[in-house]
Design a protein. Structure first.
Ligand code: 9GP
Length: 808
């Protein structure tokens, strides 16, 4: 099979010798006495070395060219496992395989030791990883900045159906993929006070200093020489923090108190992806990240430049959601207070440097910080934010004379019982571009959440629809499908030019190709069934329709609606009404924030329903339900290739984009979905006839709310729904009660349309030839959802950068 990527030119013999050398010199052991960890680390280093050559050449080319760089600031990354990726990207898959076999080592056993760095919560972090992958693949000079959390997203287990969280000590055995760079340490201040200098300049005297220590991991491009990096920062206490006199006095806790306080900053990822927490430690994390990143960016800028007026020509800082938005105040502080630039010049540089991506429409996810907290923790930054706001409000007042309501609406400071800093407002005011992540989302942002700003500066608002990496989510996750596609298209060029998938369209009419497509899906379902049995004990039928809902647990995503449909099917099967029932495997995956009470109840309900369904011999031939614990990137790579049906059933107007919808369509799953987020664009592209649409759209949601929504009416009107809600009441009275009387996410309003649409799905599944045709067309028409296209859109509309080709 030919893929675009380069073959390393390495022979299995060379590879094996290098692995043994790494075992000997890096792990201090020999093949005879090596542990599995020794072998895994040596394998990883051998692969990594192949990428180091390319990285060094990339750095040299960038140094020579002095290009405009993209600096991607994100508090979260979900990078996925590195070994399979780096074997592929370094072109050493085959020779590593042979070398391991010759050495008597099991590739599968070593692969199982490769730990996924779970440094994010969900879609936002995975998007960041896909964009880094695509930037490297597109030869865009870029660095990702993030936090090297000691503990990533918790590991999820179920006890009695309830989520139990365990810490994720992802570097317990070390991380062979990273390079530590203690020389590039940065100092980060907190607390303290400010003193007058000249003019608007002031001096900040921090009350506490913490060190930021970076390490980086390589981000290789696929089919190109470029290797970029992601730089992650870990908080370290200064050596003076250890209190020897306390230690001498036997006060061991007090002796390390300061160390613990400092190092707590990068201790753990906040496992909540959509509610604003307002916790001091989180603000500390954010400030820590942006200070380290900005100082590093300035250090890099100075390698080839000296004039601040060129800064915004050489540096683009992309803010991934509001978490890194403090960078705007910090850059102003550095330029004005430390570098002595006058305010207007500093502001012009700052504004031209930053761009902001908003990933939500949920007001509760738009961060605000209490002014008093910020005054204590970051006194100088607060002064700067007040001055930015003062000058901005003058601009607003000039534009809307006498309109105090407008000032209140747009102000960076929200007034009220407690004053708060609105980070999204600061982001828009301090950036040259703002974008949403799907067409509908960008439109709604400009029409609702950021309406006033979109009126003020229409040219600043853009849409960049999200995309996913076809390398990770097709080639690595679904090698069988990748091989079939490559065979049909003649080569693997589609992996870097996903629009080429459209050339598969004629194959949808080819019965032999359809047979092979089905065979791939079936084998993938067998793999999933095998893993499901091993992890949960549930036996799935590999011939049943694999119906998948994988995402964070949130009320707005409506996992509850999915459960209501399962209960509907359960009742129908029990009654023998199986005319519209086809055998299905219902697969769930997803984590809930530990403090999200309702989401956890829904999860428990799903597990309870699964238990009942799976245990009923009359039902289980038709219906099986499994909740795979600990959903993460690796699990996604297992589930997505097996999926036939993709559940994208959020309440219209709530999901910014979604990206599992793209991954699933790309792998030939048909979507059942509402007109929400990127579902709209998926449907436009794959065709309405190849997409199962149901439910209220955003205008209908608004109209229904306007009329006064009464969920109970639906309950009373629909006998089947009544039966389902009554059954839910038996398992969880509180959830049923909420559905009947509040139902914030209009689950009952969409129930009938959803169930009827699921019946259409079942009828369609009965015709395997036609289903396969639709499945192939979904893949063939999903080329647009490549992260490469997303990156090209950013380059064209927001970043204005061009690739730098690195010689081979
Ligand atoms: O909820 C959005 C999701 O719809 C989107 O696909 C993802 C990437 O853009 O970002 C999520 N947002 C967050 O996780 C927090 O704002």
């Amino acid at each position: 099979m030919t893929y675009a990527t380069t073959h390393s030119g390495t022979t299995p013999g060379d590879f094996g010798r290098e692995l043994l050398s790494n075992l000997y010199y890096q792990r201090g052991t020999t093949l005879e006495s090596a542990s599995a960890q020794d072998a895994y680390h040596s394998l990883a280093l051998t692969v990594r070395n192949r990428l180091v050559d390319r990285y060094i050449r990339t750095a040299a080319a960038h140094y020579q060219e002095n290009p405009r760089f993209i600096y991607y600031l994100s508090a979260e990354y979900m990078l996925g496992r590195q070994l399979d990726q780096n074997l592929l990207y370094s072109g050493t898959q085959e020779c590593a395989h042979s070398a391991l076999a010759a050495l008597g080592l099991s590739g599968d056993e070593l692969d199982a030791l490769d730990v996924e760095p779970g440094l994010g919560n969900g879609g936002l972090g995975r998007l960041a990883a896909c964009l880094l992958d695509a930037m490297a693949t597109q030869d865009i000079p870029a660095v990702g900045y993030g936090i090297r959390y000691d503990y990533g997203i918790f590991q999820q287990e179920f006890q009695d159906g309830a989520q139990v969280e365990h810490p994720d000590d992802w570097t317990f055995y070390g991380n062979p993929w990273e390079f530590h760079a203690s020389d590039d340490q940065q100092k980060v201040g907190f607390y303290g006070h400010t003193e007058a200098l000249d003019g608007v300049r002031r001096k900040w005297v921090p009350g506490e200093i913490v060190l930021g220590e970076p390490s980086h991991m390589l981000v290789p491009g696929y089919g190109t020489t470029t290797v970029n990096i992601i730089r992650l920062w870990k908080a370290r206490a200064s050596p003076q923090s250890f209190n020897l006199s306390h230690f001498g006095a036997g006060q061991y806790g007090e002796a390390v108190e300061e160390i613990v306080r400092s190092e707590n900053i990068s201790k753990v990822l906040y496992p909540d992806d959509s509610t604003e927490l307002g916790r001091e430690l989180r603000l500390k994390q954010q400030h820590f990240l942006v200070t380290c990143a900005l100082r590093d960016i300035v250090r890099r800028f100075r390698l080839c430049n000296s004039d601040w007026d060129h800064f915004a020509d050489k540096v683009v800082i992309q803010l991934n959601d509001t978490h890194p938005v403090m960078a705007i105040a910090e850059l102003m502080r550095m330029l004005v207070d430390e570098e002595g630039l006058d305010w207007d010049r500093a502001w012009s540089i700052t504004r031209r440097t930053f761009a902001y991506t908003c990933h939500t429409l949920l007001p509760e996810a738009l961060e605000t910080w209490p002014v008093e907290l910020m005054r204590r923790l970051l006194p100088r930054h607060l002064e700067i934010i007040f001055l930015i706001n003062h000058l901005f409000l003058q601009e607003v007042a000039d534009r809307y004379p006498g309109d105090d309501a407008k000032l209140r609406e747009l102000s960076i400071i929200a007034e009220g019982a407690e004053q708060r800093v609105r980070m999204a407002h600061l982001a828009v005011v301090g950036s040259s571009a703002v974008n949403g992540v799907a067409e509908l989302h960008s439109r709604l942002l400009a029409a609702t959440t950021l309406h006033g700003f979109a009126n003020l500066w229409p040219g600043r608002f853009h849409n960049v629809t999200n995309g996913v990496s076809p390398r990770r989510f097709v080639r690595l996750a679904n090698p069988r499908l990748a091989e079939l596609i490559t065979e049909r298209l003649g080569d693997g060029g589609w992996l870097t030019d996903l629009d080429q998938l459209s050339r598969l369209e004629p194959a949808a009419a080819d019965p032999e190709f359809r047979r092979r497509w089905r065979e791939v899906k079936r084998l993938n379902r067998e793999d999933l069934a095998e893993q499901t049995l091993a992890t949960t004990g549930v036996v799935l039928d590999p011939d049943a329709l694999c119906d998948v809902m994988i995402k964070r647990f949130h009320e707005y995503k409506r996992q509850l609606l999915r459960v209501l449909h399962v209960v509907t099917l359960y009742h129908r099967i029990r009654r023998g009404e199986v005319a519209d029932v086809v055998p299905r495997s219902i697969v769930f995956g997803g984590k809930a924030a530990p403090g999200y009470y309702v989401a956890k109840r829904i999860m428990k309900l799903a597990n309870r329903v699964a238990e009942v369904v799976n245990a009923d011999p009359a039902v289980s031939p038709y219906l099986k339900m499994v909740f795979l614990p600990d959903y993460n990137v690796s699990r996604a790579q297992l589930i997505i290739p097996a999926a036939d049906l993709s559940e994208q059933i959020s309440l219209a107007g709530k999901e910014a984009s979604g990206t599992s919808n793209m991954k699933l369509a790309l792998n030939g799953a048909l979507t059942i979905g509402t007109l929400d987020g990127a579902n709209v664009e998926i449907r436009d592209r794959v065709g309405g006839e190849n997409f199962f649409l149901f439910g209220l759209d955003t205008a209908e949601v608004a109209a229904l709310r306007g009329r006064g929504y009464r969920p109970r009416d639906h309950y009373e009107r629909d006998a089947e729904l009544r039966e389902v809600v009554d059954a839910v009441a038996g398992w969880d009275g509180e959830l049923a009660d909420d559905l009947m009387h509040r139902d914030e996410y209009l689950t009952l309003a969409d129930f009938r349309a959803y169930v009827d649409c699921q019946d259409r799905v079942a009828r369609a599944w009965r015709d395997p030839e036609d289903w396969t045709r639709m499945s192939i067309l979904n893949t063939a028409r999903s080329g647009f959802f490549s992260a490469d296209r997303t990156v090209r859109d950013y380059c064209r509309d927001i970043w204005h950068v061009t690739p730098v080709y690195v010689p081979r």
